[in-house]
Design a protein around this ligand. Structure first.
Ligand SMILES: C[S@@+](CC[C@H](N)C(=O)[O-])C[C@H]1O[C@@H](n2cnc3c(N)ncnc32)[C@H](O)[C@@H]1O
Length: 255
């Protein structure tokens, strides 16, 4: 009898699949406090019409084969100068085109908060993270007024093709401001509104002057800019303290 049980056990062990369990998707933090009221979305902000949020069904466009050639995404990410161990945020991450590369650059000691207001985008991202075994990304569902980031903790918040979609730009800028670590940066990549050769709908482009006009009163100062991308502005902002905000000296580079 004992021999039969033993042989049965051996047979079961041999029949067990040798492959590892399928990778599990990282948990998407969907824990939004629904009791906090969200004011109706603005249609305009400081003379600019706010663009509609890009719907998640359009996500394949974000990972299109021509994107590198058109936008030189490798140059963009290189210009960010991400260092191992940093905490960064891919704000409006979509399906994670930039998230995975940010994760690679901050390395296992670093962390990427990947924030979006569409859970469907975050689920697509989570699947990619699982497929590629990436563990240093935290996908977070934000609300239109709160990206739900930790306070004074983020070294760099990256918004690629996102800021012009914020339906509540003032609230978002205030929350991002609070989330930045000392010397932290908010980096905006926006299609150049001044350049008619950039083949993007005008509502989805911004001029540098408009970006500055919106960010400076919200407590940011233009620290530097990278002007070599084919289609986009890449603007690096630092959070100013109260004194600077009150107009104590202008240290910003020219237009
Ligand atoms: C044009 S897509 C860009 C996606 C990604 N940054 C990329 O370059 O591949 C804009 C994304 O911003 C997200 N978004 C819009 N408003 C947002 C907000 N207030 N907070 C977080 N994400 C937002 C949209 O849901 C959408 O996924």
């Amino acid at each position: 009898m004992a021999a039969r049980v033993l042989s049965l056990l051996v047979a079961m062990l041999l029949a067990a699949p040798l492959s590892a369990a399928p990778p599990t998707a990282p948990v998407v933090d969907l824990d939004v406090d629904r009791s906090i009221p969200i004011p109706p979305p603005a249609t305009h902000h400081m003379g600019r019409e706010i663009a509609q949020t890009m719907h998640y069904t359009g996500a394949p466009w974000l990972v299109r084969e021509s994107r590198q050639r058109e936008e030189d995404c490798r140059m963009l990410i290189q210009a960010l100068d991400i260092r191992p161990g940093q905490v960064v945020c891919d704000m409006g991450c979509g399906n994670g085109f930039y998230t995975l590369e940010l994760a690679r650059r901050v390395g296992p000691r670093g962390l990427v908060y990947a924030v979006d207001v569409q859970p469907e985008m975050l689920h697509m991202l989570a699947e990619r993270l699982a497929r590629e075994g990436v563990r240093n990304v935290r996908p977070v569902l934000g609300t239109p007024i709160d990206p739900r980031l930790p306070l004074a903790a983020v070294d760099l918040v990256l918004c690629v093709d996102v800021y012009h979609e914020f339906s509540h730009p003032e609230a978002m800028l205030a929350r991002i401001h609070e989330s930045l670590a000392p010397d932290g940066l908010l980096v905006l990549a926006e299609f150049r509104g001044e350049d008619p050769a950039v083949p993007i709908k005008p509502l989805h482009k911004m001029t540098k002057a408009q970006v500055r006009a919106e960010l400076e009163p919200a407590g940011y100062r233009l620290e530097r800019q990278f002007d070599r991308l084919p289609w986009q502005h890449l603007l690096f902002f630092k959070a100013t303290n109260g004194a600077e905000r009150a107009g104590e000296g202008d240290k910003t580079p020219g237009p």
